[in-house]
Design a protein around this ligand. Structure first.
Ligand code: GLC
Ligand code: CA
Length: 599
């Protein structure tokens, strides 16, 4: 008896000692981080999270690096470039869909959620890539496409066999005998109709995107459970989060009533955000997300209040949302991404980012991006892609992205200042969005020249051209024929050349990620817009625990002045895209500078 008690006592003492040692080493680690990071005491920052401090780098695998000469980027290509990715100083990689897919919408039409698209490789390739990222302390976030599957998914193949098939209820149907289904619009349907007739079961199915992307029925608990177990499968493999595709669409406005006469295609206002969207996301949180230390980003074209509802901590839903308000500036009300000849005003741009910053000032957390696989190249759209200003304006935009109080989502190739390819002919495009809109304009007898000219600025394929690695054939992306043309400027504009050039956009991006890492004021500091009505320059203060940084950005190709109340001659330059800086507030074309103000 005594003997047993003694052993238990001994074990307890040993355990206590181990835990004391661990605590000690934790504190020393933390102290190291604090002293090397900055004088700002990290413990004075409430609510710190790794995903708030991260810079996310988005990889579009199809266009990243092809290793087998079939013209399509693959997972082995990502593995080959791990050291390059690490060298950027980023923390998280988000991969566009890598799952089995017939690629009607480039992977956003998934036919098997737990397998790898054959063009991209195998599950073994995935495991090797994931380990490569883990070894380099980079987290990996995948794309969750939960609103729709591919029509080639087993569930849909079954569902269309008969009306009483066990998978029928995984999708939304409208029986022929009930008359024509009420109007719902589809983004990628050539006629814009979201109902597709299915002859075998004499009924229509719903597809907000192409007819090869039938919408999943989240009303069905079985479907939701399949989704949750699929998410767990990836988390258990070690994946660190999900970017959730059009998450606001998962709840539908059942029972699909007729829309009022005023409806003019504005789905967002009428039925885009279904009544049960938050209920489902909260269930997903309870069932899956709460069990892992992962980050979640919802893609949702929603207003500020709804965005806040998705991310306010006490609601237990998602970490972050990204909205479309900023990237929608500058399009004409005609739709189809026709560019407005009057362009966009910098005051509107500043207003959008300032309002969204304020929205999350107390609760939740903001995001910022200018480029992604659905956007043209940021330097063409928001900067200036002429030979004279391409590099300097792309560095200016990078400065904007990495100095906002938000997690930056930075798109592959933007670190090189890659620009739009500007296709002349519709035949060069591969994207279903551009191709189907072109068909619609043609069918309506619309202005095809205006459409093609606009899409040189706005089309998604501009952002999807292959990465330009070096000056060899196809920019070193592939030894075969690339699935989408490579921009011919690759001979000058490529990663290899920029790596060697101290002043390149690539090396500027590296300096900025390092600065953001070392300076919590850039992550957590309060944001205040100054010189609000200035149409040329964007200026703001970031402030944390007494430390004040001033960011000055000239968005114009001319010299511009910024008005501030500060004595800039006393400020210290932390980073900028020109060698010198004039302390009277005069900025050179596209000049960007980050200053530390003295107190
Ligand atoms: C999202 C994706 C886009 C895709 C669409 C349908 O907006 O980012 O690429 O086409 O959803 O899945
Ligand atoms: Ca390949």
């Amino acid at each position: 008896m005594f003997h047993r008690k003694f052993i238990i006592l001994l074990i307890t003492i040993v355990l206590l000692m181990i835990s004391a040692c661990q605590n000690l080493s934790n504190t020393t680690n933390k102290t190291n981080v604090n002293t090397t990071q900055s004088q700002t005491a990290s413990n004075e920052i409430p609510n710190r999270k790794w995903w708030k401090e991260a810079v996310v780098y988005q990889i579009y695998p199809r266009s990243f690096k092809d290793t087998n000469g079939d013209g399509v980027g693959d997972l082995k290509g990502i593995t080959e470039k791990l050291d390059y990715i690490k060298s950027l100083g980023i923390d998280v990689v988000w991969l566009n869909p890598i799952f089995s897919s017939p690629n009607d919408d480039m992977g956003y039409d998934i036919s098997d959620y737990q397998n790898i698209m054959k063009e991209f490789g195998t599950m073994e390739d995935f495991d090797v890539m994931l380990k490569g990222f883990k070894d380099r302390k980079i987290k990996v976030v995948l794309d969750l496409v939960a609103n729709h599957s591919s029509d080639e998914h087993k569930w849909f193949q079954e569902a269309k066999k008969s009306r009483d098939n066990p998978y029928r209820n995984y999708y939304h149907w409208w029986n022929e005998e009930d008359g024509k289904p009420p109007k719902r619009v589809s983004f990628f349907d050539p006629e814009g109709d979201a109902w597709q007739y299915e002859p075998n079961t004499k009924s229509y199915y719903l597809h907000y995107f192409s007819d090869k992307q039938p919408d999943l029925n989240w009303e069905n608990l079985k479907l939701r459970q399949e989704m949750y177990s699929m998410m767990k499968f990836w988390f258990d493999k070690g994946v660190d989060g999900f970017r959730m595709d059009v998450i606001h669409f998962i709840s539908k406005d059942l029972p699909f009533k007729e829309l009022p006469a005023e409806f003019n295609g504005d789905f967002g206002k009428y039925y885009g955000s279904g009544p049960k969207r938050h209920e489902y996301v909260q269930e997903m949180y309870r069932e899956v997300l709460s069990k892992y230390d992962v980050m979640t980003l919802g893609e949702a074209g929603v207003g500020m209040q709804d965005a806040l509802d998705y991310v306010a901590e006490e609601r237990k839903e998602l970490n972050m949302i990204y909205h479309y308000e900023g990237v929608s500036l500058g399009y004409s009300p005609k739709g189809k991404k026709i560019v407005d000849p009057n362009g966009w005003k910098l005051t509107d741009f500043k207003d959008v980012y300032t309002r969204w910053d304020k929205n999350f000032a107390e609760k939740g957390w903001n995001t910022v991006y200018l480029g992604n696989h659905d956007q043209p190249r940021m330097v063409t759209r928001w900067g200036n892609d002429s030979d004279e200003f391409r590099e300097v304006s792309s560095k200016m935009l990078t400065t904007f992205l990495l100095t906002q109080r938000a997690t930056p989502y930075y798109y592959q190739g933007d670190e090189l200042g890659m620009s739009n390819i500007k296709f002349d002919k519709i035949e060069d495009y591969k994207d279903i969005e551009t191709i189907n809109w072109y068909k619609q304009v043609k069918a309506e007898g619309g202005d095809l020249r205006e459409f093609l000219d606009s899409h040189k600025i706005s089309a998604r394929d501009n952002g999807r051209t292959p990465i330009q690695w070096d000056n060899t054939a196809n920019g070193g992306f592939s030894t075969g024929t690339p699935w989408l043309k490579v921009n011919s400027n690759y001979e000058k504009l490529n990663a290899n050349a920029q790596d060697k050039d101290e002043n390149s956009p690539l090396n500027y991006f590296r300096k900025l990620t390092a600065l953001r890492k070392a300076e919590p004021t850039l992550v957590y500091g309060k944001y205040t817009l100054i010189d609000k009505d200035n149409e040329n320059t964007y200026a703001y203060i970031r402030e944390l625990n007494g430390k004040k940084l001033l960011i000055l950005l000239n968005f114009k190709a001319t010299e511009s002045f910024v008005k501030t109340e500060f004595d800039l001659s006393k400020a210290r330059v932390l980073l900028g895209n020109y060698k010198d800086f004039s302390t009277d507030g005069k900025l050179k074309p596209y000049q960007a500078v980050i200053l530390e103000l003295s107190n």
